[in-house]
Design a protein around this ligand. Structure first.
Ligand code: FMN
Length: 327
C-alpha cells in the first residue's frame, strides 16, 4: 500500500474525504496526525476564509493535507492562488471536470491534483489532462453523488486502468474491503460518512445522533419528479426537509403546468430550496429541516469513535485479511 501513501505524502493511503462544514482544521489536522490524508473542505468559502483555515490546520499538525475545491465556486482562481501561496501539497477538484488551465495552474505551483471520475471515459480524459490521481466515488457515498455504484466503478474503471493512481470511495468502512480493493489495484480509499460522526468531528451532536440512528435505507437521493426540473442527486438521511422538498417539486410542477410560473423561475426555486441546509444540520443541529448528508454506510456507523480507533480497526482488519488471503 506504499505507493498510495507516497503519492499522498501520508503514512497510510487513506483519505478523509472533504465534507463541507465538517472538514475543518480540527478534523483534518487530527486525521493527518493519525497518519491519514486529511482534506479541508473549501465549500463556498472565499480566499480569505480558506487561507485562515489552512493556517489554522497548519498550526495543529506538521503533516501535509489537501484542500478540496468545488469547481463551480465563483472564487475558484482565488482559492487556487491561496493553496499555492500556503503551499498546500494537494488540491482535490470536485463537482465537475476541470479545464486544462486549472490543472496546469495548480501544477505550476508544484502541487498535485486529484479529481473525481464518475465513469471510464471521464477517467481517461482526466489522466490525459494530467491529473496526478483519481478518486472513484460510487453512488453509495454521502453528499453529491454520481450515477454509478462503487461496485460498477471498480469493475468498469479500476480494473480497466491497472497501474494508474486511483483511490476508491463510497460505502467503505471495513479494513477487509480496503485490503480487497488494494488487491484489485486501488492505491487507497477515501472515507467520509464514518468521519462525520467521529469524536474529533465538530458536527453538532444532533447530527451525529441522527446518523447513528439511521439505517442505510434512510440515506436516500431525492426522486426527481420531472426531467424539466432537474434536481441535484445528494444522498442524505430522510427527514421533514426531504418530504417538503418532494412537496415543493409537486407544487412547482403543478404551477408550471397551469402556466402560473416560467420554467426558469421554477428551476431556480428548487435550486434554492436546500441553500444553507447542510450548515443548519451540521452546525446548528437542525436535523428536521437541515440536510443530513450521509452515505449508505450509516448502516454500520453506530457509535462515536476517535480517528485513531477507526483507523486502527481498519488497519487490523486489512492486515488480518491480507494475511489470511496469502496463507
Ligand atoms: C456531510 C458530507 C459532506 C460532503 N461534502 C463534500 C464536499 O464538500 N466536497 C466533496 O468533494 N465531497 C464531499 N462529500 C463526499 C466525501 O468527501 C466522501 O467522498 C464520501 O463521503 C465518501 O463516501 P462515504 O460517505 O460512503 O464514506 C461529502 C460527504 C458528506 C457525508
Amino acid at each position: 500500500m506504499e505507493r498510495g501513501g507516497e503519492i499522498l505524502g501520508s503514512q497510510y493511503p487513506l483519505l478523509g474525504g472533504a465534507m463541507t462544514w465538517i472538514s475543518e482544521s480540527r478534523l483534518v489536522s487530527a486525521m493527518a496526525n493519525a497518519g491519514m490524508f486529511g482534506v479541508l473542505a473549501s465549500g463556498a468559502m472565499d480566499g480569505d476564509l480558506l487561507m485562515a483555515e489552512i493556517r489554522s490546520t497548519g498550526r495543529k499538525t506538521n503533516r501535509n493535507f489537501g484542500v478540496n475545491i468545488i469547481l463551480m465556486n465563483p472564487k475558484l482562481h482565488d482559492l487556487i492562488d491561496v493553496c499555492g501561496q500556503e503551499k498546500v501539497s494537494h488540491v482535490i477538484l470536485a463537482g465537475g471536470i476541470p479545464d486544462k488551465d486549472v490543472v496546469d495552474a495548480i501544477h505550476s505551483r508544484g502541487q498535485r491534483v486529484l479529481a473525481f471520475a464518475p465513469a471510464l471515459a471521464v477517467a481517461r480524459r482526466l489522466f490525459r489532462l494530467g491529473v496526478d490521481a483519481l478518486i472513484l466515488e460510487g453512488s453509495e457515498a454521502g453528499g453529491h453523488v454520481g450515477p454509478l455504484s462503487t461496485m460498477i466503478l471498480i469493475q468498469d474503471v479500476l480494473l480497466a486502468l491497472k497501474g494508474y493512481p486511483i483511490f476508491v470511495a463510497g460505502g467503505i468502512l471495513r479494513g477487509e474491503i480496503v485490503a480487497a480493493l488494494h488487491l484489485l489495484g486501488a492505491w487507497g480509499c477515501q472515507l467520509g460518512t464514518a468521519f462525520a460522526c467521529c469524536r474529533e468531528s465538530i458536527a453538532h451532536e444532533n447530527f451525529k445522533r441522527a446518523l447513528f440512528r439511521a439505517g442505510g435505507r434512510n440515506a436516500l437521493t431525492p426522486t426527481q419528479l420531472d426531467k424539466k426540473f432537474p434536481i441535484a442527486p445528494v444522498r442524505a438521511i430522510e427527514n421533514a426537509g426531504t418530504e417538503e422538498f418532494m412537496a415543493k417539486q409537486r407544487e412547482i410542477l403543478t404551477q408550471f403546468e397551469r402556466g402560473e410560473i416560467q420554467l426558469d423561475s421554477g428551476r431556480l426555486s428548487l435550486e434554492h430550496f436546500w441553500a444553507g441546509a447542510l450548515r443548519r444540520a451540521v452546525r446548528d443541529g437542525d436535523v428536521e429541516r437541515g440536510s443530513l448528508m450521509a452515505g449508505q454506510i450509516v448502516e454500520m456507523v453506530k457509535e462515536e469513535m476517535t480517528i485513531p480507533e477507526i483507523l486502527d480497526s481498519i488497519l487490523t482488519e486489512a492486515e488480518d485479511f491480507l494475511n489470511n488471503a496469502t496463507e
